[in-house]
Design a protein around this ligand. Structure first.
Ligand SMILES: Cc1ncc(COP(=O)(O)O)c(C=O)c1O
Length: 374
């Protein structure tokens, strides 16, 4: 059999090693050095020139967002039930109650009506995820009357009405984990849509000190001024990220080519068998982050994954409902609370999608899927 096709592979631009060697040769291995500034500037240029702070992960960027909004005991934060743990745990860590709302059946994004139904006087913020990088209904979510945090882990380079995702919320977070379109191993960023939060964000990210102001010559010594932690990545990792950001257009073009082939060439099979393909609302431009299919039920999904594995295709499922996780159940979550999430968790399959998939690999994935009878 031909070599297995993994679900994901990080792309090498060829310059990561050079930049890391440059960073190693310098005496600036720690955070906030030349490569951090380069990567942050490249990222900001993609995000409407909003202020951007690199972090050690998207999870840490979410935790920084929770600190910045003073989320604490007695507060509630509304999050989609269909998301990665960090979208919720960042707020639970601050002692807030996480309130799960269901997602929209077409996009798997936070359903604005479901979120609105969970609003109370204690609601401190709403966190949304642009699932697969397809925009949420940002008009509706932005109009809920509480700060919106975009967990934009999937959505870098996605757009809503021609404006980049990650620029709509008071705060937005990015991920540069291996599995994302661009990566540096582990990494992230906080994007500050609310520029009034920038100065405090710099302090909280730097152990609660005003070190950033000191380095800019705005104070003559730095000291402990607020709560905080260490959220800044080493410049060695920012060197990898800078290389990736410089090649973002090529990486995106390669990913889009794969996504477009799956979408077009699997359409007849999907239509014949009632399999759902991704839905793109008008105004949403996606970043080719995930290609998903949804089959009838869990038994069919289990058979499809086994069929693909036998043919060396590394397809996989995605999130399990957070309200039914151990923590979610302890907080009172029950089956039936978020039916769309529960259905998607059982029926969704993600196909391999990365910049280095060859045309022959894509042929193989498509043939393997189309050879399955749901
Ligand atoms: C929606 C979402 N939010 C947050 C994260 C966490 O990202 P990181 O691994 O950079 O902390 C992920 C990770 O896959 C994710 O999918």
């Amino acid at each position: 059999m031909a070599a297995p096709i993994p679900f994901n592979r990080p792309h090498r631009t060829g310059r990561e090693a050079t930049y890391v060697a440059e960073a190693l040769a310098s005496d600036h291995w720690r955070g906030d050095g030349p490569f951090t500034r380069r990567a942050a500037a490249l990222l900001a240029a993609r995000l409407g020139d909003l202020p951007v702070l690199l972090t050690t992960s998207c999870t840490h960027a979410l935790e920084l967002a929770a600190l910045l909004l003073d989320v604490g005991p007695g507060d509630e934060v509304i999050v989609p039930a269909f998301t990665f743990v960090s979208t919720a745990s960042a707020f639970a860590l601050r002692g807030a109650r996480v309130v799960f709302a269901d997602v929209d059946a077409a996009t798997l994004n936070l359903d604005p009506a479901a979120a609105a139904a969970k609003l109370t006087p204690r609601t401190k913020a709403v966190a949304c995820v642009h699932y697969a990088g397809v925009a949420c209904d940002l008009d509706a979510l932005g109009g809920l009357g509480v700060p919106l945090i975009e967990d934009n882990a999937h959505g870098l380079f996605g757009r809503w009405r021609d404006r980049p995702l990650g620029t709509f919320g008071a705060l937005a977070t990015q991920s540069f984990h291996d599995t994302k379109n661009l990566g540096c191993g582990e990494g992230g960023a906080l994007v500050l849509g609310d520029r009034g939060l920038v100065e405090r964000a710099e302090i909280l990210r730097e152990k609660g000190t005003n070190r950033a102001r000191f380095f800019r010559g705005q104070v003559d010594k730095y000291t402990w001024v607020d709560v905080g932690s260490s959220f800044l990545p080493a410049d060695l990792l920012a060197a990898v990220l800078a290389a990736q950001l410089e090649d973002a257009d090529a990486i995106q073009a390669a990913r889009h080519a794969v996504w477009a082939r799956y979408h077009a060439e699997l359409a007849p099979w999907a239509a014949r068998h009632g399999v759902q393909q991704p839905h793109l609302p008008a105004g949403a431009a996606h970043p080719a982050h995930i290609y998903w299919l949804r089959v009838r039920d869990l038994a069919t999904r289990t058979r499809l994954l086994a069929h693909l594995a036998e043919r060396g295709v590394g397809a996989t499922f995605h999130y399990q409902p957070l309200h039914l996780s151990e923590v979610g159940v302890r907080a009172g979550g029950k089956p039936g609370d978020c039916p769309v999430t529960e259905q998607a968790a059982d029926t969704l399959v993600r196909l391999p999608l990365y910049a280095d998939l060859t045309g022959a690999d894509v042929d193989r994935v498509i043939a393997a899927v189309a050879g399955f009878t749901p």
